[in-house]
Unconditional design. Structure first.
Length: 296
């Protein structure tokens, strides 16, 4: 799914350069605006997924304008869109500047080549525009790497705490074995660089692209990660005709409330399974754990 990024700058040259930069990043539909008022009109008529904005703006006579990118951020964007990703594109960051977890800073002094690299990093990872970079090519990328699991880790598990002694690959294989016990046809994606897909689990008509997260209980899975795997599945779906494709996350931890809310609105529905589910299922299917109270 293409994502729309709005680039705001009072300079025609900067707007043209910004639009060109976004096109080079890929996966993005760029929009531009010369002022805060124009930006509002764009946002009112088009779904905007992120904003790149200058801060200091000038009138035609080069005097400083009352129209200010930071004021647009504090007075309009944050009240109306509390979590919209924003990149401040400016030469010097004001001392009075206060951002939040959804803001980033990109220097105007950098060369265009460096800016493209920075945007490629900041947009998908820091600002979580994952869907812009998830396309059916991921399936072509991971398809040849899919393997069957035969590590028999379920048989070796002596306690639930043993999951912390497994390597990351072993933990993914353990979850794959568990899903096989639950009746899915399961393939594992070994190694990294997989777009977040660790396991492909299939039933008669459904495929589940699953990201496995071994997190401590104090580290919940965020809505950004849930949206990410949803976006990967949504983008891959056209290359899998006749199948119903779902994103999914299985974690040893839990999910934030925002992640649970997103699941309720997402279609096709995501497969989200937390640590309590994992403990309960391991107690059913790991021979040495069978019958043990999973709450212990």
């Amino acid at each position: 799914m293409m994502k729309t990024v709005l680039w705001i700058d009072d300079s025609p040259q900067e707007r043209a350069a910004g639009e060109a930069l976004l096109r080079k990043v890929g996966g993005i539909t760029p929009r531009v605006a010369a002022s805060s008022d124009e930006a509002k009109r764009v946002i009112e008529h088009v779904r905007v997924d992120a904003v790149v904005t200058d801060i200091l703006r000038r009138r035609p006579d080069r005097s400083v304008s009352d129209d200010d990118g930071y004021r647009f951020f504090t007075d309009y964007l944050r009240p109306e869109f509390p979590t919209m990703p924003v990149v401040f594109h400016t030469k010097n960051l004001p001392q009075t500047f206060t951002g939040d977890e959804h803001t980033q800073y990109l220097s105007k002094w950098e060369s265009p080549a460096v800016k493209v690299t920075e945007l490629e990093f900041r947009l998908p990872y820091r600002i979580r525009l994952f869907e812009a970079y998830a396309d059916w090519a991921w399936w072509k990328h991971i398809g040849p790497r899919l393997v069957h699991v035969n590590a028999k880790l379920l048989e070796k598990l002596g306690s639930v705490d043993d999951i912390w002694r497994l390597t990351p690959d072993q933990f993914e294989q353990l979850v794959a074995e568990l899903l096989e016990k639950l009746g899915y046809s399961v393939l594992w994606v070994p190694g990294g660089n997989d777009g977040g897909i660790d396991i492909v689990a299939s039933s008669a008509e459904h495929d589940f692209l699953i990201d496995v997260k071994r997190y401590k209980a104090s580290r919940p899975v965020t809505v950004e990660l849930v949206r990410r795997i949803y976006g990967v599945a949504e983008a891959i779906a056209p290359s899998r005709p006749g199948r119903i494709l779902h994103g999914g996350i299985i974690t040893s931890s839990k999910f934030t409330k925002e992640a649970e809310v997103f699941r309720q609105t997402a279609m096709p529905r995501l497969l989200l399974r937390d640590g309590e589910w994992l403990k309960a299922e391991l107690a059913k299917y790991a021979p040495r754990l069978r019958g043990i109270n999973p709450a212990r």
